[in-house]
Structure formats: C-alpha cells, structure tokens
Design a protein around this ligand. Sequence first.
Ligand code: DLL
Length: 433
Amino acid sequence: MIWNEEYETLPREALEALQFRRLKSLLETVYARVPFYKAKFDECGVKPDDLKTLSDLGKFPFTYKQDLRDNYPFGMFAVPQEQVVRIHASSGTTGKPTVVGYTRRDIDTWSELMARTLSGAGIGKGDILQNAYGYGLFTGGLGAHYGAEKIGASVIPISGGNSKRQLMIMKDFGSTAISCTPSYALSLFEVAEEEGYDVKSMPIKVGVFGAEPWTNEMRTEIESKWGIDAVDIYGLSEIIGPGVAFECIEAKNGMHISEDHFIVETIDPETGENVPFGEPGELVFTTITKEAIPLIRYRTRDIAIINRQPCKCGRTNVRMSKVMGRSDDMLIIRGVNVFPSQIEAVLVEKKGVLPHYLLEVDRVDNLDTLEVKVEVEGSFFSDEIKELQRLTREIEKDIKDMIGVTCKVRLVEPKSIARSEGKAQRVIDKRKI
Ligand code: DLL
C-alpha cells in the first residue's frame, strides 16, 4: 500500500528538482540561523550560493555526532525555543545523550514518514498495532505511534518489556501487527512458548522491526516462528527517528528512502569521498525539510549499499540494503575487520542453534581473542557430549572460513544470555586499547 502516491512515485527528474529547491533554501537557513554552520561553512570557504547543482552538496562539510555533543543540549537548533514542541534524545555508549528537537511541522513530517512506513508494511485502517518500541526519549515509540494514528490504525501504546502482559494483550485485543526490535520479537516468542500461547492462531500478521542490525536469516526465523511477515525499518534520532527508510512488503528487498525529505550519499568512511551507489559505503544524510534541527551531510557510521533499480511496488525512490555494520563499532580482531552480523549469519543457519549470542573480545598476551557464546536447544545438553563438541567445532570452522579469524565457541543453555527489551547488546569488548 502506498500512502503518498504523489511523492513516493515521483519521476526521478521531478524528485531531483524538488531536492535541489529544498536543499538550497535549507543551506541559506542554517547559514543564517545556526552559528555552528556559519562558522563551519566559513572555515571551509563555502557559501549557500555555491550550490549550483545537486552534486555541489559534496563541497559542503560533514556533520558528526560529536558536533551535536559539543553543542549539547540545544546549540544546533535552528529555531527559537518557543517553536520546539518536542525533544527526544538517544543514549550514547558514553557521556551525554544526543539531543534533537521538533517543531510542529517536523512532527507532521515525521508522522507522514511513519504513515508511509506502516502502509508499506501493509498496515492500515482496521489494523491493531501493538507498538512495543520504547516510549520516552527514544524515538521508536512515539514515532510509530503518530504514524499509526495518521493512517487510522488502532495503536496500542504498550511500549517495550513486560512480555507476559504483551502476550495477554496481543491475544485479547487481537493485535494484527507489532512494532519492536527484532531481538525483542524473538524473546517475546520464547515467552509465548513458555506460557503456552499458540501465536500462529492469533490474528497477528506483520511485524515492523528495526532500530538494530539484523540479518535475512533472522527474518526467516522470526517469520517462521511467528507465522508473520517481517519487514525492516531504519532511522536514527538525529535525522528524524524511525521513518527514514522502510521495506515494502511486496519486495522485502531493501528499504525505500524518503528522498523528498532526505538526500542520501554513500562515502568511504576513511577518505570521506563519495562511493558510487551499488557499492558499500557509509550512509550520509542531509535533511531537507526539517526545521528544528536540520543536518547537513550527517555521518551515520552505518554501512549499507544503495540500490537504484526500480522496485516492483512502484515507488521510485532508492533503496538501502540492510545495515551491514557500523564503521565505528566494527570490530577489528587481529587486524581483521569483523561485523557482528557476519558471525550472526553463520550462527542462525545452524540447526539447533538459537538466535541469541554474545561476542566477547579480549586481549591475552597481546593477542586478540574472540569468544562466541551462543545458545543451543536444551536437547543438546541431554545428548552425548560428542554432539556438542561436533557443533562447536563446526561453528568455529565456519566462522574462520567466513571472516578469517579463529574464535572459541561456547554453546550455552537456552536463556543463559541476557535478553533485551530494546536494542540487544551483542558485543562485549574487554580490550583496553
Ligand atoms: O533506533 C530509530 C528507530 C526506532 C529506527 C525504531 C527503527 C525503528 P537511534 O536510537 O538514534 O534511533 O539509533 C540509530 O540504530 O544509526 C543504526 O545504527 C541503528 N539502526 C536503526 N534502524 C536499523 C535497522 C533509532 N533497521 C541507529 N537496521 C542507527 C540496522 C539500525 N540498524
């Protein structure tokens, strides 16, 4: 279902003309209103006027998460405080959160983008959306909430956690759709099994999952366990929250970026040079309609591939692949770049292995070590020890083949790895580097 036929299927030429107009006016606004951008443009010797064509965007400097931190909390805002109607923040691993603001129009834009996202998943009027993204400073809960109301679905603002209650409500209210992180979908399923729910007999038909990396193998797992369609949605607080890009249920093959609101580039994270669409690169977004905190060339650190091929759903905007990793939390183990998702891909295709794992990286006698803790079905522990050893060796070998790094695999009993209600923590890096 396409929510906004006009804008989601704009011919390329019209889309680019629109992007250019919006970008031009945005550059003027930030130069005039945000001291940070005025100083940064001056330092790089560029003026809004230097934008003669869309490709001139590359002349303008990047914006980093650190810039938001340096201007904490509201220093990057482009409007006076009285126009800001909402404030969100994302927790970082260290220090202060990253703070973002929304004007009333920004909230409308965000609702529109989430309306597109949910419609793309086939959700509409008459559906009951159980919104298990966290409500609060995190953008997931309220972002999905406003989109659901806009399309006229009945939204249950249940927020994350409290799995038994989630399941009771899901059954009693007859939820037809769920939104949460993919890792939470899996842990909710476990509780459903324990509590004796037959989720396949419930009306639930689709899940809108995002906010953390997950693989296609994990999609298959969720779909077959729940008996639903699972689509991927992407976003980040700095850009707007969820609603930056979403998969259509028709193709489930890459997330459509709402290019009438965001200009996307892919770059080499080392050199900052653009890499052609079709090759992996760090996603860089410029917001072209946001008022409260517009960002120019924001470095996401997320690595993905942009696909320009037309999609069978009829949308004309580009699609991003699943996020393949982050240029910053990418692990470097004995000099090898390792994305946790590569290891996940090996794990989830093994029979009897459960999709719950933890990577522990350490340094012993100056040598990096990688331990992969992963849960396997309880039956393995009643079997002969040989079977456990065989599987351990098999996984170790496959990981070595996949990433070229020797690791130690530890198979652990179901539920021994801590569950998350929001984003899963998959890596513990104990090295002091
Ligand atoms: O996670 C916004 C969101 C909420 C997206 C709900 C989707 C659903 P932040 O907390 O600022 O915002 O975290 C943003 O999460 O840079 C990615 O690294 C990661 N991320 C978000 N969606 C996906 C996804 C929200 N579908 C950071 N796949 C981003 C992989 C994702 N990673």
